[in-house]
Design a protein around this ligand. Structure first.
Ligand SMILES: Nc1ncnc2c1ncn2[C@@H]1O[C@H](COP(=O)(O)OP(=O)(O)O)[C@@H](O)[C@H]1O
Ligand SMILES: O=P(O)(O)OC[C@H](O)CO
Length: 496
């Protein structure tokens, strides 16, 4: 094989990465660039789409340069992305008409309140598997069309295009040839019907969003188009795999069978369970989403999305200046034998699954004169584990199945204190992947399978290994007492 590698762009909330994988799923090179976060008003989070685009060009060339790799040695490109984040741009000039509104942003709460007041909750839930929340793309589109002068008329005249980050990047990489997304990303927009597998006309009318804005929806593993050669050393590299980052991680962890569960610890936490070919409706605050579409088969997932986990550690680092590197949180937490009664509820942008409370804000409980900063650090890490327990309990109820083990990945899964506490508080074994970049790996698999770089999903099974398994060491009484303390803290936070 002359083409030795698959390249992946992982465009995440805090950074853009280009990663090269070889045929044994090993990482050959990584190049990364941070993305600036813009906070234009309270609760609003935005990115500059041009900065995102230029970071992609920079990391793609950077990863080749770092390892002195010939562009001809790359077989295909996979793209995985922060989901829901919304870009609208001019079809002719390619200029975004507004900053990208990021998934975390709460600036469309009033649009959501209106949709709820108009009684659309059940219909939206039934068709999209989601619930009305600023998290999803539709109200972000409404906001941009309403806040940029002339945008609505231009949209109605077919002059504008909408995309999540995958769509924006494919459009830029193909110099406007491809305006497409895959089903996993479409299923996060609040506009896509996850049963009929098409943009839903009735919902578009409710939102007053013109259909001409929307991209074509494809599978997650096929050749969507080719990079314009002048952007990539004269090579028309096929773009062959696309998936939202959490679904890509599910695939990268090879959670290919019904009942398989993974939990990613990044800016937020996202637990997904593969529910097979049937969408499972949640009665416990989870959402239903498309897990993948490959080999002509759509699979679904139940998802619990927690908005603030790793970003609470960033807050300890940058806001409170408790340490200079996220890794140091582990050392501080381990210095203490317990949380000394301290609970931190990091509801900085409201609470996601299973509470869905946009109005909630962060709180701290149980402070005494004896509280040390290490207790606060420990309580913040514990909060990540408690929130995960909230979601896992909901998942067990919704899927009517027991979960005995959890595959984990993402930046904060490096934290040994957190992983042990997670196993303790769930009473489930926690298995950390040997390759922590499972999100990118999933997109590599999707792209590699489409171009025959890997022959089949079965060929991948021997490639994925567990680095470490954490088993519970906590007795039931302590586990129950700690978790009850957390539930009390959440209740008090919501009542505030
Ligand atoms: N050792 C650690 N302990 C706790 N949190 C960590 C650790 N390392 C990274 N993090 C947190 O994980 C997040 C980064 O993870 P990553 O998977 O790169 O996120 P994303 O894909 O959301 O940008 C940051 O929010 C950071 O604070
Ligand atoms: O960029 P991440 O890894 O924080 O993921 C964000 C999610 O896709 C939001 O739904």
């Amino acid at each position: 094989m002359t083409e030795k590698y698959i390249m992946v762009i992982d465009q995440g909330t805090t950074s853009t990465r280009a990663i090269l994988f070889d045929n044994n799923s090993q990482i050959i090179g990584i190049n990364q660039k941070e993305i600036e976060q813009h906070f234009p008003e309270s609760g609003a989070v935005e990115h500059n789409p041009i900065e995102i685009w230029s970071s992609v060009l920079s990391v793609m060339t950077g990863v080749l340069a770092d390892k002195n790799i010939d562009p001809l040695a790359v077989a295909a490109l996979g793209i995985t992305n922060q989901r829901e984040t919304t870009v609208i741009w001019d079809k002719k000039t390619g200029q975004p008409i507004h900053n990208a509104i990021v998934w975390q942003s709460r600036q469309t709460e009033s649009y959501c309140a209106q949709l709820r007041a108009d009684g659309h909750d059940a219909l939206i839930r039934e068709k999209t598997g989601l619930l009305i929340d600023p998290y999803f793309s539709a109200t972000k589109v409404q906001y941009i069309l309403d806040h940029v002068e002339g945008a609505r008329t231009r949209a109605e005249n077919g002059e504008l295009l909408f995309g999540t980050i995958d769509t924006w990047l494919m459009w830029k990489l193909t110099e406007g040839e491809v305006h497409a997304t895959d089903m996993t990303n479409a299923s996060r927009t609040l506009m896509y019907n996850i049963h009929t597998l098409e943009w839903d006309k009735e919902l578009l009318e409710i939102y007053n969003i013109p259909a001409s804005l929307l991209p074509e929806v494809s599978t997650s593993s096929e050749v969507y188009g080719h990079i314009a050669p002048q952007l990539f050393f004269g090579r028309a590299l096929p773009i062959a795999g696309v998936a939202g980052d959490q679904q890509a991680a599910l695939f990268g962890q090879l959670c290919l069978n019904k009942g398989d569960v993974k939990n990613t610890y990044g800016t937020g936490n996202f637990m997904l369970m593969n529910t097979g070919e049937t969408p499972v409706k949640s009665n416990n605050g989870l959402i239903t989403t498309i897990a993948c579409n490959i080999d002509g088969q759509v699979t679904y997932a139940l998802e619990g999305s927690i908005f603030v986990t790793g970003s609470a550690v960033q807050w300890l680092r940058d806001g409170l200046r408790f340490f200079s590197d996220a890794h140091m949180s582990e050392e501080y937490a381990m210095k203490m034998t317990d949380n000394n009664g301290v609970y931190v509820v990091p509801a900085f942008t409201g609470l996601g699954a299973p509470y869905w409370d946009s109005e909630a804000r962060g709180a701290m409980f149980g402070l005494t004169r004896g509280t040390d900063k290490a207790h606060i650090i420990r309580a913040t890490l514990e909060a990540i584990a408690y929130q995960t327990r909230d979601v896992l309990d909901a998942m067990v109820k919704d899927a009517s199945t027991d979960i005995r083990s959890l595959k984990v990945d993402g930046g904060a899964s490096d934290n040994a204190f957190l992983m042990q506490f997670q196993a303790d508080i769930l009473d489930v074994s926690v298995k950390r992947a040997a390759i922590n970049e499972t999100t990118a790996l999933g997109a590599a698999y999707l792209a590699g399978l489409a171009v025959g770089y890997w022959s089949s999903k079965d060929a991948l099974l021997s490639n994925v290994k567990v680095a470490k398994t954490y088993n519970s060491r906590m007795n039931k009484e302590i586990r129950d007492e700690l978790y009850q303390g957390w539930k009390k803290a959440v209740k008090a936070t919501q009542a505030f």
